[in-house]
Design a protein around this ligand. Structure first.
Ligand SMILES: [Zn+2]
Length: 607
């Protein structure tokens, strides 16, 4: 009798059909209905609301449940999960992890073994090149020494007498003795070779490699969780690495390689982008190996690589040139001379060595050294035609020290002379009666134009108490008997008084082509300090000296200094009293022309 199974149960509604489907979903909602749980194919046809989602083929459960995931079972809220699981299990080879791991290790062991075999053979061959074992050494010794021939000779049966033996041996030994040098050399070489391997042999290094390999092998893992844990343990102290920004999910993996790439790609290394990209990719693969290095000690204390990334190409080139330059300077004295002789440095040295720079020697030397040091940067300056007037520059540059002093004396005088102006005051309509102009020698020339009233012609500068002044005038033209005066007057009185009213003047007169003191009319400078009767010829100059602090106001003949007129004592205190005393010339007569030849500040008055 047939065993009763669910498959050969007949449908209650269609008795000629076996049940084929079973409802596995929505059964709770239909508990009270008469709807059958099992369906035959006719039930299925007749059910117009049939939802295939709710039914499972009974056959499928019976035949496939033991080896497959059954769609629609168990009841779940989202059948996509079951559908995905079915997809997963159907793609067998891709997800056979154990097989992948087994394959990896099988292949690994084979390749490892093969690799090691090759190295082993190579090393043995290498070692065999040396005469290492004693047999080889003895064999070589026998070749060199001919000891076996000696042995044969001694045991030679053909020689019958001791004499004959002796002769043969003597011959043999002599021959060998002739080769004493060669024997020494060959045996010495043999010894050297034997020693060489001993010196060259290193068992420690392969052991380190082996240990490292084991360490690496220990780290083999197919599971990211493990790998991350290994990373974690190794890089706990890699604080510096964390400073490197990295948004990548695998940041811990990439850290070491990125740090290396960052170092290598430092702009100052001038590596090409192509190289950096390739290196970056290669190093990322090596990250598990790189973890062995202690990157937290990569930089010296308080130091890190110089960041050139924000520097322009041009500046970077300058820095490059500077570094090369510094290295050459340190190593090549000929180069240093070339630099010193370069146009730029010669030019600047000329400028700083110019007499007019007034730099201390120490500073000049320091500056010259500095220029040699920074020579590459000087290229930024265009030195060609840098000096506006080469002739003047050379003139000053080549001045001797004593000439320089003279020049400064001249300049000092000149500065005072040129800084002052002579002008006619507004006193008594003077400006219409007198003309002041500079002649072709740039000297001031004062000329009285008519016979109208007296004029003051005064300097623009108040004289200082503590300076010694010398004024020199020459009388260009003057009529017989005509008079004029030179001296000091207060600027505050210049527009309101005759200059001589201050009583700080010398009254002079032209008599017979000589300029003489006007006897009988004192306006201050009247006292004969040297010589009798002040008198100088027309072509000489009259010099007035002023030193207010010491109440000196004198008139002398220049350049002979035969006469000297001094200020009368009762007026001397005026010299220290007033602060606005100025040089002036006073004129009466038409046709007088006086030239101010010198106006200078001196260190000492000459006698
Ligand atoms: Zn049925």
């Amino acid at each position: 009798m047939d065993k009763v199974t669910i498959q050969n149960l007949k449908c209650t509604k269609h008795s000629n059909k076996n049940v084929q489907f079973i409802q596995v979903n929505d059964t709770i909602n239909q508990q009270d209905s008469n709807k059958p749980l099992f369906y035959c194919s006719s039930c299925f046809n007749h059910d117009l609301q049939f939802k295939s989602m709710n039914y499972l083929m009974i056959d499928q459960i019976l035949q496939e449940a033991d080896k497959m995931i059954i769609p629609k079972w168990p009841p779940v809220n989202d059948f996509q999960i079951i559908s995905d699981l079915i997809d997963f299990t159907s793609n067998q080879s891709q997800f056979d992890y154990v097989k992948q791991i087994t394959d990896f290790f099988d292949q690994f062991k084979q390749e490892f073994q093969a690799k090691i075999d090759i190295i082993q053979k190579k090393m043995i061959n290498e070692a065999l090149k040396y005469p290492i074992d004693s047999n080889q050494i003895i064999k070589r010794y026998q070749e060199i020494s001919n000891i076996l021939q000696f042995q044969q000779l001694l045991s030679n049966q053909q020689a019958n007498s001791l004499l004959e033996h002796s002769s043969l041996c003597k011959q043999f030994i002599a021959k060998s003795e002739f080769q004493k040098d060669k024997n020494t050399e060959l045996l010495s070489n043999l010894l050297t070779q034997a020693n060489q391997l001993q010196a060259n042999f290193n068992l420690e290094y392969p052991n380190i490699i082996k240990q490292q390999l084991f360490t690496f092998i220990d780290q083999i893992s197919f599971f990211n969780e493990d790998i991350a844990q290994v990373r974690q343990n190794q890089s706990n102290s890699n604080i510096q690495l964390a400073n490197i920004s990295n948004q990548n999910i695998n940041s811990e993996f990439k850290l070491t390689s990125e740090l290396l790439v960052k170092l290598i790609s430092n702009k100052s290394n001038f590596c090409s982008d192509e190289f950096i990209n390739e290196l970056n990719q290669s190093l990322q693969n090596l990250n598990p190996l790189l973890q062995c290095y202690r990157f937290h000690t990569i930089f010296k204390e308080n130091k890190e690589p110089i960041d050139f990334s924000k520097i322009s190409e041009q500046r970077l080139n300058l820095i490059e040139n500077y570094v090369k330059h510094s290295i050459n300077l340190a190593s090549d004295s000929q180069y240093e001379n070339e630099v010193k002789n370069s146009l730029e440095i010669k030019q600047i040295n000329q400028i700083i060595n110019s007499k007019m720079s007034f730099l201390k020697n120490e500073l000049i030397q320091e500056f010259e050294k500095f220029l040699v040091d920074v020579k590459p940067f000087l290229k930024q300056i265009n030195f060609t035609n840098s000096i506006t007037d080469q002739n003047k520059f050379d003139l000053f540059r080549n001045l001797q020290d004593e000439n320089l002093n003279d020049l400064f004396q001249m300049a000092k005088k000149g500065l005072f002379y040129f800084s002052q102006q002579l002008f006619v005051t507004e006193f008594a309509n003077s400006q219409n009666n007198c003309r002041v102009k500079k002649n072709k020698n740039a000297d001031y020339e004062i000329e009285k134009l008519n016979q109208n009233s007296y004029v003051n012609c005064i300097s623009s500068i108040n004289l200082q108490k503590d300076l010694k002044y010398v004024f020199r005038i020459q009388v260009e033209s003057i009529n017989e008997g005509n008079e004029f005066m030179i001296g000091l007057m207060r600027n505050s009185n210049a527009d309101s008084k005759n200059g001589y009213e201050e009583n700080l003047s010398c009254f002079l007169k032209n008599i017979n082509q000589s300029i003489m003191k006007d006897n009988g009319y004192s306006c201050g400078i009247y006292k004969d300090l040297k010589g009798n009767e002040f008198k100088i010829s027309r072509n000489k100059m009259i010099e007035m000296r002023v030193y207010l602090k010491e109440q000196i106001l004198e008139v002398v003949d220049y350049p002979n200094y035969e006469f000297k007129l001094g200020l009368e004592d009762q007026y001397k205190q005026k010299l220290t009293q007033y602060d606005d005393l100025r040089f002036y010339v006073g004129l009466f007569n038409q046709g007088i022309k006086i030239v101010l030849k010198d106006a200078e500040i001196v260190n000492e008055f000459r006698n």
